[in-house]
Every structure is written in structure tokens, then in C-alpha cells.
Design a protein around this ligand. Structure first.
Ligand SMILES: [Cu+2]
Length: 126
């Protein structure tokens, strides 16, 4: 029973990731998107730009956007905090990519009405 539940959660997690990377509409996680500068991440500093929309597709300015940056395969030290609102529904945070390989940007968004959403983004540093 517990095993079956674990497998089920894994599948949901995988589907969630697919939806995130393929992009579509409907799920609340679609309200959060990530772009990076540089677009193709490499060693060194990078800007992470997190865009937040409401269910009508309108930019949300007064959210709190917490982010956490780390490798998926090891702990590279703590890089986390609240991203800075740019006033256009995007929030930016700077991070330092100190090793090539897979990294994860975890976000926790608190909407102005108090609703919370989590979304993780996988990126690769070349
Ligand atoms: Cu590492």
C-alpha cells in the first residue's frame, strides 16, 4: 500500500515536471515561470527572473517570491532569499553557479491574498 502510494507520488512528480517544461495552461504552477540571464547558464553569476501571474494571466506585483538555489546532486552551500520585485510581475535574484551540472531553483510564492504556491525549476550549467 505505502509502496503503491510512493510510486503514485513519483509519477505525479514526473508529470508535474513535464507540464512545467512543456508549458501549458490550467494548473496553478503554470502561473510561475523562470527565465535566466544568461539564457544558457555557465559558471559564474547569473540572474534568475521569476514571473508570477494570477489566474487571469495578469502580472502580480505584490507577491513574495522566495527562492533557493542549489545543485540537485550535492549541497553547494546556501543561496536563498526573497527575489526583488521589478514592478512588472517579475522578480529577480542573483546567484552564483560554482560548478557545472544540474542545479535546481526552488521557488515558494506567497500571493497577495496569502495563497502559497511552490514550483521547482531544473537547469543545467555547462
Ligand atoms: Cu556541485
Amino acid at each position: 500500500m505505502m509502496m503503491a502510494l510512493g510510486v503514485f507520488i513519483l509519477i505525479i512528480g514526473f508529470l508535474g515536471y513535464r507540464v512545467m517544461t512543456l508549458s501549458s495552461t490550467g494548473s496553478s504552477s503554470e502561473l510561475i515561470s523562470l527565465t535566466t540571464d544568461p539564457n544558457q547558464l555557465r559558471l559564474g553569476f547569473a540572474n534568475f527572473i521569476i514571473a508570477v501571474k494570477d489566474e487571469k494571466g495578469q502580472p502580480v506585483n505584490n507577491a513574495t517570491v522566495f527562492f533557493d538555489l542549489n545543485m540537485t546532486t550535492m549541497n553547494m552551500g546556501t543561496q536563498q532569499g526573497n527575489a526583488t520585485s521589478q514592478g512588472d510581475g517579475t522578480y529577480t535574484a542573483m546567484g552564483k553557479l560554482t560548478m557545472k551540472g544540474p542545479w535546481k531553483i526552488s521557488t515558494k510564492i506567497t500571493m497577495p491574498d496569502g495563497k502559497e504556491m511552490d514550483k521547482d525549476f531544473m537547469v543545467n550549467v555547462n
